[in-house]
Design a protein around this ligand. Structure first.
Ligand SMILES: [Zn+2]
Length: 390
């Protein structure tokens, strides 16, 4: 245990050096030999790589009293960061139970303990402590932020919104993206239980909260479509281009379906051509070759695809090209189907969505990144490719 603690204490000691100096030098002046002397003794052992002796010195110094509270907090924090949550919990419980802590110290220790519980997945324990701290003079905003995290994990979206609003007030920062996503979650729950009107209300509220919420627009589009309001659905889907053009691909198929239902294929065609010409959108091109092949004629459609493939190779594009070729080149049909199969496998394996925050990649669109828990950071990969001009 001492070996472990030895190297573990190095950063704590280094980080807390300023604190020791600040706290204990005056004390040392008063009493002759103070904490700082023992601190430098320990540091000396460390520098001479006599870790066991160093740890002995530090452990003695670490009896909890008012002066060592902060170094205990630093140590507990370190335990948690290293994944030793049990140790962190024991240390912080021990610390928070001390009668002589002042108010900021007690709140800080309780806050650390609550974070240990959160790391350990003991959500109800964490929730209870954060609720105690939400009106603290010292860590109210942080506690409210953590409460939002707790309720997100518990999927209690109404509670998450309530505390996100309080968090906004306490921190003076808006949390529009977060709250809009919580409202979208409520909309999805309402839709799942068959309550379309309530789902619509939540989705509209989400859009008011965050005007560039792509998710709210997609939801509104789906909800309006489901009750036959295709005009309204089109309006919702069209908003996405202005919100974040990287996401237009998500709306192409439902848009074409809406315009088809409205007998307005002309508008569908115009819009797809616009997306293709303006953004070089593959999804738009593929939709054109699929839905408007007759209008353009097969030769032209194939030509468009080949041009686009030369500029930017894509598995999806090649798959479509092979499909077109297979209709006529009977001689090599067998080979082409093999190529198509391989391409299909490639397409299946390829990463479609990427988190711009942590780089997490996957085949599914997550509104909250499973990697870093950031909201709205996962984007369709082709958005990045087009932006970089690759
Ligand atoms: Zn991420």
């Amino acid at each position: 245990m001492f070996d472990q603690l030895g190297w573990l204490l190095v950063p704590v000691v280094a980080a807390s050096g300023w604190w020791w100096a600040r706290r204990n030098l005056p004390a040392a002046r008063d009493s002759g030999v103070g904490w700082d002397a023992r601190y430098f003794e320990g540091l000396n052992y460390l520098l001479n790589e006599e870790q066991d002796k160093a740890v002995e010195v530090f452990i003695k110094m670490l009896e909890v009293n008012r002066d060592t509270v902060e170094i205990h907090l630093a140590l507990g924090h370190l335990f948690r960061r290293r994944g030793e949550v049990d140790r962190a919990i024991r240390l912080h419980q021990n610390l928070a139970a001390r009668p002589y802590l002042n108010a900021p110290q007690r709140d800080h220790a309780t806050f650390e303990l609550a974070q240990d519980y959160l790391s350990a997945g003991l959500l109800d324990h964490a929730e209870k402590l954060f609720l105690e701290l939400k009106n603290s003079r010292y860590c109210s905003a942080q506690a409210l932020g953590c409460l939002v995290d707790v309720y997100e994990r518990e999927r209690e979206w109404s509670a998450a919104i309530t505390f996100a609003r309080q968090w906004e007030r306490a921190s003076g920062e808006r949390r529009r993206v977060l709250i809009a996503q919580h409202l979208c979650e409520l909309a999805c729950e309402a839709r799942a239980s068959g309550n379309i009107d309530e789902a619509l209300r939540y989705a509209r509220q989400a859009l008011r909260e965050n005007k560039i919420s792509v998710r709210a627009s997609l939801l509104l589009g789906e909800l309006e479509t489901s009750r036959g309001e295709h005009d309204r659905a089109v309006k919702a889907y069209l908003r996405i281009e202005k919100q974040n053009s990287g996401f237009i691909g998500e709306a192409i198929e439902p848009l074409v379906a809406c315009w088809t239902a409205l007998n307005d294929e002309e508008r569908a065609h115009r819009y797809l051509m616009h997306l293709y010409e303006r953004y070089g959108s593959y999804q738009a091109l593929l939709a054109i070759t699929r839905f408007f092949e007759q209008r353009h004629g097969e030769a032209q459609v194939r030509q468009m695809l080949v041009e686009r493939l030369r500029a930017q190779p894509s598995v999806m594009g090649m798959q479509r090209l092979v499909e077109l070729l297979m209709r006529h080149e009977n001689v090599v049909n067998e080979d082409l189907s093999l190529v198509k199969q391989l391409l299909e496998r490639l397409a299946e394996e390829s990463i479609t969505y990427v988190c711009s925050h942590c780089g997490f990649g996957g085949k599914m669109l997550f509104w909250q990144c499973p990697g870093c828990r950031q909201w709205d950071s996962v984007q369709p990969r082709w958005a990045f490719q087009t932006a970089k001009g690759v």
